[in-house]
Design a protein. Structure first.
Lengths: 335, 309
């Protein structure tokens, strides 16, 4: 069914996606980022340190790469009006699958990457199918899948397992000039997601489904299929993050995903980037800004040697304040 | 109302299954022990129900429970005479946290998922900033009595649970309950017909905060002081409410069913233990059952709609 035949069925209250795309408050998050960098620079300089040193910038990029990649996937899920709470456990699972399959041998890297891709795609498929075909709320569906993975992980592993060959560790630690390889990987994932959302039909459909699922369906979008593909992509991002973390650790670890808090943290980064939790509005650019903002805050705190509990307090305040500001800018509509 | 019936069936089946494996469960002491263990989660589920039925989430209750226990231990520090003042303070703390959650969500228009996620970070960060990283001090015997003591044969926590349950049912039967459900069902329609939507939601968050305070008091006595006492409770409470057939997004479901959902979840944990399913795989079984239960509820819905229209 072509979309043009059905276009008359679209009620006027949903703005067309080409208009909603432009209005994301991604600019605000970069302004905030600039502000944090400035404040951090002043604070650190006042203590005689150097905030904008190469070492520190590389540190920020490296810290943010794993979270950044997960958050890109989470952006897709949230834009489609869903969300994914299973990413943290999937990251742990991927790191273990990668390290166990590689078992320290260079020859196994390709198989290991394929295995991780296969498993994460399968988890995404299950998430998507449970949400669309069984009509379970995404919160419960992905939380249930998270519990399932957690149970399997706890049952099979007590601690780190497997071994990553040295050649694969280049992914986590090497640099090309000033740029860490992990940051380049993150940038590649972000550009791919940006291209998907802005230049492909699937991307437009993700916005349409997130904006109003019923309207999208009436306009001839196969909403179930879009949601399933989105969840597969989101899980693949988590799988990539798992590979990256395995290469950093040199092994797989059953708690690497949950220790990093990648589930809630990635959602926080997406929302910090101005993407509406209700779906349909926002984009990848804001998410990149949100992740960088969280990483820069972290870096400032580290340099100031701030208590880690105080960090949590500030992070909580920053997230809520940022979203309150976005809400003020688009008042009238509630998420 | 029909939507709430399945959960009672599931609960009955689980209780029978437990009794078959463990006949002690049929004796008053055995059953009361089970209810006592379940009481904190059931109370949390009642609080979470108010928030969910109004169309919001409260992710902060788990860390609020931890905060309540840690604050109580630090302030009381074994001093019996401080028991009652601190109990009052804990309730006020729960109320204040709920008030802030509600005000930020409604007045500043921050989605509750984010508000309460931020509150979760702030609470757990602040309390350990205050105590220096680990819980300190000790609870008094008088404080611990609520979680572990009993009045004659009946544990205090069961009595408190009954009181909370009755209060919750009465609240939902009063005007407040109707306005809350109307708010969750269709905010705009409710506002246009004169419901003070924001006030109803703020009250729901306050009730959830109070429930977390009560649950924290019970857990402090029952399980003792630790930094992990409230960990994961927010997800368990939400799961319990959804198991009870309450719809995420608001407007549908009863508080009794939500509390039955929490009892069901607790019965499920008990049963898995009895059948010797190892602690780890328990999570897997739990995940499958939660998805299956919610899916069963969701799949039945379209037929209902067709029958009723």
């Amino acid at each position: 069914m072509s979309e043009s035949e059905q276009i008359g069925a679209v009620p006027a209250r949903t703005p067309p996606f080409w208009r909603t795309r432009g209005s994301s408050p991604a600019g605000v998050v970069f302004l905030a980022l600039a502000g944090v960098i400035l404040i951090g620079w002043v604070l650190v300089a006042a203590r005689g340190g150097q905030f904008l040193s190469l070492e520190n910038l590389v540190g920020v990029q490296q810290r943010s790469a794993a979270l950044g990649i997960v958050a890109i996937g989470q952006t897709l899920a949230i834009l489609a009006g869903s969300l994914d709470l299973s990413v943290a456990y999937l990251i742990s699972l991927s790191s273990l699958v990668a390290a166990e399959t590689m078992a320290g041998r260079d020859g196994n890297i390709v198989i290991a990457v394929a295995a991780v891709a296969g498993i994460s795609a399968a988890v995404g498929l299950v998430n998507g199918l449970v949400i669309t075909k069984l009509r379970v709320h995404p919160f419960i569906a992905t939380f249930g899948v998270a519990l399932i993975i957690k149970g399997v992980l706890d049952h099979l592993y007590d601690g780190p397992a497997g071994k990553v060959p040295e050649s694969f560790q280049h992914l986590g630690y090497d640099r090309l000039g000033p740029l860490p390889v992990s940051a380049i990987l993150w940038a590649a994932v972000a550009v791919a997601a940006w291209f998907l959302l802005r230049r492909t039909t699937l991307g437009h459909r993700i916005y349409a489904v997130g904006g109003d699922q019923e309207v999208a369906r009436l306009s001839g979008v196969r909403t179930d299929r879009v949601l399933i593909v989105t969840h597969v992509l989101c899980s693949l991002c988590a799988g990539i993050a798992g590979l990256l973390l395995a290469s950093r650790l040199g092994a797989g670890a059953p708690t690497v995903g949950t220790d990093g808090g990648y589930d809630l943290e990635s959602i926080a980064a997406v929302v910090l980037g101005g993407t509406a939790l209700a779906g349909g509005r926002g984009g990848v650019g804001g998410t990149v800004g949100g992740v960088l903002l969280l990483a820069t805050l972290d870096s400032v705190f580290n340099q100031m040697e701030v208590n880690s509990f105080f960090k949590d307090v500030v992070r909580g305040v920053v997230i809520v304040t940022a979203v309150a500001i976005y809400a003020r800018r688009k008042h009238g509509r509630r998420a | 109302m029909r939507r709430t019936l399945p959960i009672f069936g599931v609960l009955a089946v689980l209780l029978v299954a437990i009794a078959v494996v463990n006949p002690f469960f049929l004796e008053p002491a055995g059953f009361l022990g089970f209810v006592k263990r379940a009481a904190p989660l059931v109370i949390l589920a009642a609080g979470q129900y108010f928030v969910i039925v109004s169309g919001e989430f409260d992710l902060s209750v788990g860390s609020l429970v931890t905060v309540e226990v840690v604050v109580a231990a630090r302030l009381i520090d074994g001093d019996e005479s401080l028991t009652w003042p601190v109990l009052g303070l804990l309730l006020v703390l729960g109320l204040l946290v709920g008030l802030v959650n509600g005000a930020v969500t409604t007045l500043l228009r921050v989605p509750s998922f984010i508000t309460t996620l931020g509150m979760m970070l702030i609470l757990s960060g602040a309390v350990f900033l205050w105590t220096g990283g680990a819980p300190r001090g000790a609870l008094s015997q008088g404080f611990r009595a609520f979680g572990r003591g009993s009045l004659g044969p009946i544990p205090w926590s069961v009595l408190i649970l009954l009181a909370v349950g009755v209060a919750a049912v009465l609240l939902m039967r009063a005007d407040f309950g109707r306005t809350l459900v109307a708010t969750g069902d269709n905010e705009r329609a409710a506002a246009l017909s004169g419901v003070r939507v924001d006030r109803a939601r703020i009250l729901a968050f306050v009730l959830s905060g109070l429930a977390a305070a009560v649950a924290g008091i019970l857990l402090g006595g029952f399980a003792g002081v630790s930094a992990q006492v409230g960990q994961g409770l927010e997800f368990q409470a939400i799961t319990a409410v959804v198991l009870g057939g309450v719809v995420l997004g608001g407007g549908r479901g009863s508080v009794v069913a939500a509390m039955a959902g929490a009892l069901t979840l607790e019965a499920l944990f008990t049963l898995l233990n009895l059948y010797g399913i190892s602690g780890a795989l328990e999570f897997t079984v739990q995940g499958v059952i939660i998805i299956a239960a919610v899916a069963a509820g969701a799949l039945r819905l379209p037929f209902r709609l067709r029958a009723s229209t």
